[in-house]
Design a protein around this ligand. Structure first.
Ligand SMILES: [Zn+2]
Length: 293
């Protein structure tokens, strides 16, 4: 079960020798204190959140191990340039005297992350330092969401208890247990008017859509080149620029039909040579196919 939660960015911190040693393990390159910028992220805690869920303290302990080495990606303006931060250490922090809604001691998982102090990262570090609020979204996978009232798995809905409701004065919530994986975390710009809960699913969906769109454009561009190339072979009278212009205006279905037609024509014109062309086209198709998966 995949879980996505918001986290909180904390201030920058002063690096100790021990921190540098841990960073060194991840960077595989010896870095000096001046080359590294470090900051903290409050990754997740055992308080019941607005989804009526919380991590058990044991689960936070498991996540502490899983989050080490995981990358954080920034807004698109940053991630386009390849800026990433990495968690080099985690710590389960117990706040003495603070109780959760469920009545037990409050604790949270703190992540220590680092960034390289490069020219490219300078503005980004200034933003973090300046306290410009950024939402941090973290994702992980857990095995169970246990009902706080009866102990059944709440996802199956078999017990009939509803998250957020009280039963004889006891709050029903889902306790997330058995962490199995931790994913990349991301900084997302805070929209001016954000509805609670929207940001969590929106972000991953948007990334997925953008990735698919990128792959689609790449595939289509390859197909257009291929059609223009085959067209020039099949009809040497036509200028390649004209063919390219035509191909650019066509949709995928039309391009595939045209490619097929050119291949048939080339087969008739140059039986021996076309086999080579044809196999070339096949290979390209397979390559693009692999991108699309
Ligand atoms: Zn129940």
């Amino acid at each position: 079960m995949r879980i996505q939660k918001e986290a909180e960015l904390e201030q920058g911190l002063v690096l100790e020798e021990a921190d540098l040693a841990l960073i060194h393990q991840l960077s595989r390159k010896k870095l000096t204190r001046e080359e590294v910028y470090a900051f903290c992220v409050r990754l997740c805690d055992n308080e019941v959140d607005r989804d009526g869920e919380r991590f058990s303290a044991e689960c936070l302990g498991e996540l502490a191990r899983l989050f080490v080495g995981k990358s954080g990606i920034f807004d698109h303006q940053w991630s386009a340039a390849g800026q990433t931060a990495r968690i080099y250490r985690t710590e389960l922090v117990r706040e003495e005297g603070t109780l959760t809604q469920a009545g037990d001691g409050y604790c949270y998982l703190k992540g220590y992350a680092y960034l390289l102090r490069t020219e490219k990262n300078r503005d980004l570090i200034a933003e973090i330092e300046g306290g410009i609020k950024k939402e941090v979204s973290v994702g992980c996978a857990v095995e169970r969401a246990v009902c706080s009232i009866c102990g059944a798995d709440l996802r199956s809905g078999s017990c009939g208890h509803v998250k957020g409701q009280e039963y004889e004065g006891k709050l029903c919530f889902a306790e997330l247990q058995g962490a199995t994986d931790a994913y990349e975390w991301s900084f997302v710009a805070v929209p001016a008017q954000r509805n609670a809960g929207v940001i969590k699913t929106f972000d991953t969906q948007r990334e997925q859509l953008e990735r698919e769109a990128r792959l689609g454009r790449k595939y289509l561009a390859g197909l257009k080149d291929e059609v223009a190339r085959l067209g020039a072979l099949a009809d040497p009278e036509l200028e390649s620029g004209v063919l390219k212009g035509i191909a650019d205006k066509l949709e995928e279905g039309e391009l595939l039909a045209l490619r097929r037609a050119y291949e048939v024509r080339l087969d008739k014109l140059y039986p021996a040579q076309t086999q080579l062309n044809y196999s070339g086209a096949q290979q390209r198709e397979q390559k693009d196919g692999a991108f699309l998966i």
